[in-house]
Design a protein. Structure first.
Length: 660
């Protein structure tokens, strides 16, 4: 049986950091050749041979965004490993965490295609999509100092994306008029002017544009820049159907009955043209935006969602089956869903728990539809999988697992399944400590200084460190004391019972009476004290930049049920609140046919929240805790409510009801 695990070792992370810092700018010729007079008087010509904004030779972006070695964990919980029918294939990856930290744990040259739809430089309000504090904090950082800080923030991520991209790989960056010209200039410097392939214009003009109140030209397009890692890249030419007026030109028929038209000394046959289609150029006007099709079944409900056809074109063109596609601003998971449907593997990440939850739900539906089996849910569903006819199973696609992992944002409930040894490794990795190999020490651990022994409590947040364990730890420290050498002993755990707190007081009195060079300190793992201890290892990192949080699950007291019509009911999650300090609920999802361990949000309740204003916090999202649903038939149904708060907390409460 697979165990919960920490993904990378410190050695792996140090190797990746070394490769990133040693990464050189692409060798490229000068594009501009100014006259000697201009050269003498100008030092800031906009030439790609100059370094990107914020970059420093030998340090990359480490001097602005220092490397922080914190662990990525993959819990054993069933919801964090989704199994379909191909568990032997490398698992697809979905990661909750800041994308710069995620990029910095990925090995070099591991990705075939990157598509990103980053926050446009168009204002904080427009880009606040999910309502998580992590997201809001990131956006504040982006616009704090205008376009300069935006480009430095973006360049640091592009720098790592170049490193993780394979030599045959491509990257597509989706943007709009607010910053596209600045982004193009910076990408020329990072990826190389000669590796710029195309500027794709996606025509998103609203068909009813004459209704707009804008006293200007109607905005009608987005920009997608395509760059490659080298001049040897994957590209599969794409075709689309010819327009009717072009087809109408084939108005002649030969002896065999084949339609054709002739011109410029050549004859073209309709059947050949239709079979092949028309080569697609760099202006895409055949893919509708959600502005043009507001009733699309694909819509999840957030403003920057892109249609699947757009991603399908990019993924088919610049990758092959089995390749790895990545999206480091995955949002609602469109890129990952399309990659999955087209038999590509994927890596996706987002700093929002709501986004990861919505994405996972979407991917589970896609995987079950493609494989023809239910994922690892209740026992009866596993039995159903095993009972499928061999013919049916072989006709369906083989779908790899999906692994959900956490980097810098750690829901406390995920540690319930952690083996104690792995939990100890997690805490020590955060703290920068190592296991002590001294004879006789079993529960104590020391950093390299040997002067700060650490005792780590149980992995379960429901358990306290036991007094007996503390006594053993203290006795071992006391037996090794040296005159005039202070030992700062730390006891780290989720919680400490009243009895333990009293016992520590007794030990402190004993230490004082006997004048022992020992100091005991209780440090809750999810406290500011623990966070500040870690920050001491990174003197160049500010509190605001430090991306590490332990999140508690919200509370849902009950689900209130009210019949309002024939098979129609209203539901409300009552006595519901966030248990995190400064926390509030930002989203509520509903599943009206819930199967244990397999939450599947109703399409009308994927995002149930409203934007409001708070006197202290300003504009924010708050969850709508009510829902209405009409059932298909009478009988017993299991319903479930899933709520998320602004600090990455999430809870599911289910209830069985009788529809009469």
């Amino acid at each position: 049986m697979k165990k919960s695990k920490i993904i990378q070792s410190q050695k792996d992370l140090q190797k990746i950091q070394k490769e990133s810092l040693e990464q050189a700018l692409p060798q490229q010729r000068r594009v501009l050749s100014a006259s000697d007079k201009i050269k003498r008087k100008t030092s800031n010509l906009p030439d790609p041979a100059h370094s990107p904004i914020g970059w420093k030779d030998g340090k990359g972006y480490d001097h602005i965004y220092p490397w922080i070695h914190i662990p990525r964990i993959h819990p054993l919980n069933s919801g964090d490993t989704v199994i379909f029918n191909n568990p032997n294939s490398p698992a697809n990856q979905l990661i909750l965490g800041d994308n710069l930290e995620v990029l910095r744990i990925l090995p070099s040259e591991c990705i075939d295609l990157i598509y990103i739809d980053p926050p446009f430089f168009s204002g904080r309000t427009y880009n606040m999509i999910w309502g998580d504090t992590n997201e809001v904090r990131t956006f504040y950082d982006i616009w704090e100092s205008g376009i300069d800080s935006y480009l430095v923030w973006f360049n640091a991520r592009l720098w790592e994306m170049r490193r993780v991209l394979k030599k045959t790989g491509s990257i597509y960056v989706h943007c709009d008029w607010h910053a596209s010209h600045y982004i193009k200039t910076e990408m020329d410097k990072i990826f190389g002017y000669e590796n710029f392939q195309r500027e794709i214009i996606w025509d998103i003009a609203v068909l009813s544009g004459f209704k707009t109140q804008a006293n200007n030209w109607i905005r009608g397009h987005d920009v997608i820049f395509c760059y490659t890692k080298s001049n040897n890249f994957v590209f599969n030419k794409q075709f689309t159907a010819h327009r009717e007026e072009y087809i109408a030109r084939f108005n002649k028929i030969n002896k065999e009955g084949r339609k054709y038209f002739s011109g410029r000394g050549e004859r073209r046959y309709l059947d050949e043209v239709v079979a092949k289609g028309k080569s697609i150029g760099d202006v895409w006007s055949d893919i509708m935006s959600f502005q043009q099709i507001p009733t699309s079944k694909e819509k999840i409900g957030y403003p920057t969602q892109k249609p699947e056809k757009l991603l399908e074109r990019i993924i088919k063109a610049s990758s092959n089956e089995g390749d790895v596609v990545a999206d480091f601003f995955c949002g609602g998971g469109t890129t990952l869903a399309v990659a999955m449907k087209n038999k590509r593997r994927f890596i996706g990440c987002d700093s929002s728990r709501v986004a990861i939850s919505v994405t996972l739900d979407r991917l589970v539906k896609v995987g079950e539809d493609m494989s023809g089996v239910m994922s690892n849910v209740a026992a009866e569903n596993k039995a159903m999988q095993l009972g499928l006819a061999h013919k049916e199973r072989t006709l369906k696609a083989k779908i790899p697992n999906i692994e959900v992992s956490y980097l810098g944002v750690y829901p406390i409930d995920k540690f319930e399944s952690f083996p104690q040894d792995n939990f100890i490794d997690f805490v020590l990795t955060c703290y920068g400590a190592s296991r002590n190999t001294a004879e006789g020490i079993t529960d104590g651990y020391r950093p390299p200084s040997q002067s700060e022994p650490i005792l780590i409590g149980p992995s379960s947040s429901k358990k306290s460190v036991e007094g007996e364990t503390i006594k053993k730890f203290f006795d071992e420290i006391k037996s090794r004391l040296e005159p005039n050498k202070l030992v700062n002993a730390k006891i780290i755990g989720w919680r400490f019972s009243r009895q333990v707190v009293k016992y520590i007081k007794i030990l402190e009195d004993y230490i004082e009476r006997n004048n022992l060079p020992v100091k005991l300190e209780l440090i809750p793992l999810d406290s500011k004290e623990f966070r500040s201890r870690i920050l001491q290892r990174y003197p160049d990192v500010s509190e605001a930049e430090f991306f590490l949080r332990f999140s508690k699950a919200p509370v849902v007291g009950d689900i209130k049920v009210k019949k309002v019509g024939d098979l129609e009911y209203e539901f409300e999650a009552i006595d519901t609140f966030s248990t995190n300090e400064d926390g509030w609920l930002v989203n509520c999802q509903w599943d009206f046919d819930y199967q244990t361990g397999h939450f599947c949000a109703d399409k009308n309740h994927i995002l149930s929240r409203e934007k409001t204003k708070d006197k202290k916090r300003g504009e924010l999202f708050k969850a709508i805790l009510k829902a209405k649903h009409k059932f298909e038939k009478l009988g017993e149904w299991s319903i479930a409510c899933k709520v998320q708060d602004n600090l990455a907390g999430e809870t599911i409460l289910s209830k069985k009801i009788e529809i009469k």
